[in-house]
Design a protein around this ligand. Structure first.
Ligand SMILES: Nc1nc2c(c(=O)[nH]1)N[C@H]1C(S)=C(S)[C@@H](COP(=O)(O)OP(=O)(O)OC[C@H]3O[C@@H](n4cnc5c(=O)[nH]c(N)nc54)[C@H](O)[C@@H]3O)O[C@H]1N2
Ligand SMILES: Nc1nc2c(c(=O)[nH]1)N[C@H]1C(S)=C(S)[C@@H](COP(=O)(O)OP(=O)(O)OC[C@H]3O[C@@H](n4cnc5c(=O)[nH]c(N)nc54)[C@H](O)[C@@H]3O)O[C@H]1N2
Ligand code: SF4
Ligand SMILES: [Mo]
Length: 736
């Protein structure tokens, strides 16, 4: 047979690099970066290349729908006590979809739709169809997703403050000062190239990270804050910028709201005060302020570090958003990008979120009362409240959990609680759709096989800005693996046929291109061009700046930002209505050395869980030899002074404990991590890797989430302390 060359996109991580897949006889020969891809310029990393092993070597992959042998709900037989113990048997897709649909419709009738939880993890190209399935089930929004800790606690303050409901990433290719704030772009390679190119042209780089991460050595200024204290730094930076008059008063008067109150608020936030809170050097804060104030345009990339995984997440995010507003680079070349297509993913035409019968009673949201901001804007149940409800059936029952591209045991905080929920006899159905037998799949009733990116032809607009880049299926999926779009379409047809009028995934893609961007194409026509612009009449890659001055940002078409005042809101009444300070402020994390000195006597270190590693995407690929080789064992970063204090040596097994539980890791004793902090990377957990003879480390052995509390959480939004809670370390594995 001849070698087939397919141009498509790797969707293993959010970078979505353009690649060529070369295949012969249904096997992948090699994968190469696509140099003509305007986003990735030929970059393709080892994770992307691993698709060859994932596709060619299907040992261990789930290839067919599998059912626990003694789970036969059609016969009234469920045996939840046998989860994880009884054998799986192969069934057909028709049977699997029929069982899920029947269970869902029965539960909906008996208990109401809220008793069905559908879960997904991070964006893997099918978010919007997942939401549509929920709508077909009679649910509203997402059901259950980790948005309480992913980038949403950062995006939401941006929306309130700047009117930009996105991570508000910098237009780094044109920035003169680049700030990487609790964000490590080296994990998603293409953007690092842009940063290095820009540095060669003279741009300055600031890195603010608790860890001396990949980009720190390239930084002009590196600041290493105590976890969860970033708001203090942002307040001090604003203090310096206002003190020195490094802002444009005319622009501030025209486009912002609450400047005088902000100036008053930050008056006492001197670099010295912030330096004491964050345990950094005040002169470094001054040096950063000077760069931000005098060397614009300033483009920032802000990750999970500052705002997302702390109990003060929303206020941290607010302070950083206000700083961005004060600098005035929003929607400017080299400043903050304002993407247009991000919101398409959640457009009502796909999600059917506006398809509400106005007379229908409001649906119940687990944890909605405790976290009203999450209920209103997260459109999701709170995980802690949901898992409690599964266990206690209070305040209302939950009877089914369907996880699609999500492993609850590895994704959510307080894993012991999650495990109790997943194995609860109250769950009539636990279904998991994944590539491998993940820890949650192993204890499921039903496991559904999934195709990966080279085996499917689906996409989303997540990071493509104003372009649609070509993608296509390169090889047939093995066994009966099916894409998640296919699953939503065919399950959706059984639940509510009229919501799902398409034939197949290609039909859905072409509908979307037509409905949203006006491209009326056949599949072959779609393949004929690599890049299409989604700006009406625009060139692919062309960016429109200063949309706020041209009336392109507000739904009413008037100039300004899409906030209630039409301006950037330093003073924010909308947040105040949820009980927040209307101005940005610093709030101490709820479990820290400062806020819990008594607990800190037993647990004197702070643990940050989850910084990203090159080869793993969340919990995936620890079983793939080329990836696992880089990080064979779970490990944790420990500062040399802490190692000495706790009698720990480099390379030995240590036990890390918190009031929630304990895990093991190999100690990596290094000055990369701030003194007093232990860093447990994502995912901790390891699958077995037989090719390398490496054992697995189960969900309860090395998974950082065992250590993390699910309460108390951020008051309005429910973000948990994945990056700011207390722990201790000791030498040895103990009984683990
Ligand atoms: N302690 C701690 N916890 C964290 C984080 C942290 O930093 N620290 N990060 C949080 C964040 S930001 C997020 S977004 C979540 C992510 O959480 P999740 O996205 O749920 O990540 P995983 O727990 O790895 O579970 C994902 C599962 O989906 C499978 N999978 C991957 N791609 C596909 C696909 O296309 N289709 C299907 N059907 N399956 C697929 C994988 O094999 C894996 O088993 O985790 C959160 N949890
Ligand atoms: N390879 C790989 N890439 C991924 C993922 C993956 O699992 N693997 N996950 C994807 C997902 S869903 C997401 S949300 C993104 C997240 O992308 P990032 O936010 O870039 O990812 P992290 O490495 O989790 O966190 C960034 C940095 O925050 C630092 N940090 C921790 N606590 C603090 C703090 O209190 N303050 C400051 N300033 N810094 C702190 C950590 O040391 C870390 O270097 O990554 C995506 N990309
Ligand atoms: S950085 Fe690597 S894993 Fe991420 S999309 Fe690009 S090739 Fe795939
Ligand atoms: Mo995420």
């Amino acid at each position: 047979m001849t070698v087939k060359k397919t141009r498509t996109q790797c969707t293993t991580c959010h970078a979505r690099c353009g690649v060529f897949v070369y295949s012969e006889d249904g096997k992948i020969l090699r994968i190469e970066g696509d140099p003509d891809n305007p986003k990735s310029h030929g970059v393709c990393c080892s994770s992307g290349m691993s698709e060859r092993e994932i596709h060619n070597n299907t040992e261990g992959r789930v290839l067919y729908p599998m059912k626990r042998i003694d789970w036969n709900p059609d016969k009234g037989e469920r045996n939840p006590q046998n989860r994880g113990k009884s054998e799986f048997v192969r069934i057909s897709w028709d049977e699997a979809l029929g069982l899920i649909a029947d269970e869902c419709l029965r539960i909906k009738d008996e208990y109401g739709p809220e008793a069905i939880i559908t879960g997904q993890g991070t964006g893997r190209t099918s978010n919007h169809w997942h939401c549509r399935l929920n709508s077909s089930l009679g649910l509203e929004g997402w059901s259950l997703v980790p948005t309480h800790v992913c980038l949403m606690p950062h995006m939401l303050p941006n929306a309130f403050t700047l009117g930009v409901y996105s991570p508000a990433d910098g237009d780094l290719a044109n920035s003169s000062t680049i700030v990487l704030w609790g964000e490590n772009p080296a994990m998603e390679r293409a953007i690092t190239r842009t940063i290095f190119d820009r540095q060669r042209q003279g741009a300055k780089l600031v890195v603010i990270d608790t860890r001396f991460q990949d980009m720190s050595k390239h930084a002009d200024v590196f600041l290493q804050p105590r976890p969860g204290t970033d708001a203090a730094i942002a307040l001090a930076l604003m203090h310096e910028i206002i003190e020195h008059g490094w802002y444009d008063r005319e622009w501030i008067d025209a486009w912002t709201y609450g400047f005088d109150e902000l100036a008053e608020r930050v008056r006492d936030w001197t670099p010295e005060r912030a330096a004491e809170v964050a345990q950094v050097d005040a002169d470094d804060i001054r040096a950063i302020a000077e760069l931000l104030g005098t060397n614009g345009p300033v483009g920032m990339k802000i990750g999970l570090g500052p705002g997302c995984m702390h109990t003060n997440a929303i206020q941290n995010g607010r302070a950083v958003a206000c700083l961005q507003g004060l600098l005035g680079w929003v929607d400017q070349k080299g400043g903050i990008s304002v993407p247009v297509s991000f919101s398409v993913m959640l457009d009502d035409r796909i999600t059917l979120w506006d398809d509400k019968d106005p007379g229908r009673p409001e649906l119940f949201t687990f944890g909605g009362e405790e976290h009203p901001l999450y209920k209103s804007f997260g459109r999701s149940n709170d995980p802690h409240a949901t898992f409690e409800a599964i266990i206690t059936q209070e305040p209302r029952p939950v009877r089914a959990y369907i996880a699609i591209a999500n492993d609850p045991l590895l994704c959510y905080e307080n894993t012991n609680l999650t495990y109790e929920a997943m194995t609860s006899p109250n769950l009539d159905m636990l279904a998991v759709k994944d590539f491998y037998f993940s820890p949650t799949a192993k204890i499921a009733d039903l496991v559904l096989p999934s195709s990966d990116w080279a085996e499917r032809c689906t996409y989303d607009e997540e990071i493509d800005g104003n372009m649609i880049l070509t993608f296509d299926q390169a090889v047939e999926a093995p066994g009966e693996c099916k894409d998640d779009w296919w699953f939503f379409l065919h399950l959706g047809k059984l639940i509510k046929e009229e919501d799902w009028p398409w034939e197949d995934e290609k039909d859905m893609v072409l509908w979307r291109l037509r409905e949203f961007y006006g491209f009326d194409l056949t599949w072959d026509e779609f393949q004929s061009e690599t890049v299409r612009s989604t700006e009406p009449g625009g060139e692919a890659g062309e960016v429109v700046y200063e949309k706020y001055k041209k009336g392109l940002m507000r739904p009413d078409g008037r100039p300004g930002f899409p906030t209630p005042t039409g301006r950037i809101e330093f003073w924010c009444d909308a947040l105040a209505s949820f009980g927040y300070d209307p101005l940005p402020d610093y709030v101490e994390p709820l479990e820290s050395l400062v806020s819990q000195p008594e607990l800190a006597e037993e647990y004197p270190l702070t643990v940050i869980t989850g910084h990203r590693l090159y080869s793993f995407f969340h919990s995936a690929w620890t079983n793939i030899p080329a990836q696992r080789k880089l990080y064979p064992e779970p490990f944790a970063l420990v500062h040399p002074d802490d190692a000495q204090a706790f009698g720990v040596t480099d390379g030995e097994w240590i036990t890390i404990s918190s009031p929630r539980g304990k895990i093991i890791s190999k100690a990596r004793v290094t000055r990369e991590i701030k003194k007093g902090v232990v860093a447990v990377p994502r995912p901790g957990w390891r699958d077995e890797c037989p090719e390398l003879g490496l054992p697995g480390y189960g969900w309860n052995k090395a998974n950082g989430n065992i250590l993390v509390p699910s309460t108390p959480a951020e008051p309005g939004y429910g973000a948990t302390a994945m990056r700011s809670s207390l722990c201790k370390i000791e030498s040895g594995r103990g009984d683990l």
